[in-house]
Write a protein that binds this ligand. Structure first.
Ligand SMILES: [Zn+2]
Length: 210
């Protein structure tokens, strides 16, 4: 009995999500850009590389759709647990860190964007951090904001904020709006101000002129 109820519930949930997408598509014509997802994602943890790669694919599509962020060089994702990551001579100290981005030379395969994420995060949180690290990859890929570390970080935070909002994690998003470290806080604040004036597409255009 319980099982049957669960099944009906899941089917209903699926219909609601699909229906939502359809309505959204009719209204905006851009359903793929959004991250509407079943709330199970709050509990679903990303524990293996296959799941991580699947999320990566979705997030890349989301970033292209929403911000026009196309990344040309390969993006490679790695999961770590504990405080460090160690593989083929790459050694990272990751204590207290949920994600990290590096641009690395993979020998004859050329340069690649490496993204390291903590194993076992819930799927939504994972998506938001991944969006942040992918933003760093995008900036590097397009050689944007080369000289301004704080602005790069502020911009990545802003994208993370937008992702959190689309995922419905409003409280988490709000934390980004209130970052206290003054240089970072200032950079994020600055981007929110620009966004108010010119919108997302305006920011992306301005970015390409820097
Ligand atoms: Zn960052």
């Amino acid at each position: 009995m319980h099982y049957m109820f669960d099944n009906i519930f899941n089917t209903m949930k699926k219909i609601l999500i699909t229906g939502g997408r359809l309505i959204e598509y009719i209204l905006t014509g851009e359903s793929d850009f959004h991250l509407y997802s079943a709330d199970g994602e709050i509990y679903e943890k990303v524990t293996d590389i296959y799941k991580a790669r699947e999320v990566l694919k979705g997030m890349r599509e989301y970033l292209v759709g929403k911000f026009g962020m196309e990344i040309k060089s390969p993006v490679i994702i790695e999961l770590y647990s504990g405080d460090e990551f160690n593989l083929k001579g790459i050694w990272l100290q990751l204590k207290g860190v949920k994600g990290q981005y590096h641009y690395e030379n993979l020998g004859k395969n050329g340069m690649a964007h490496m993204i390291y994420l903590k194993k076992g995060m819930n799927k939504k949180k994972f998506k938001a951090i991944l969006a942040h690290e992918l933003t760093h990859a995008f900036l590097r890929d397009q050689e944007l904001m080369n000289c301004d570390r704080f602005f790069r970080e502020g911009f990545a935070r802003w994208v993370e904020y937008k992702t959190l909002i689309d995922l419905g994690l409003l409280e988490e998003a709000d934390k980004i709006k209130h970052i206290k470290t003054w240089k970072r806080g200032k950079a994020v604040e600055e981007i929110f101000k620009i966004e108010k004036k010119v919108g997302i597409s305006g920011i992306m255009k301005a970015l390409r002129k820097t």
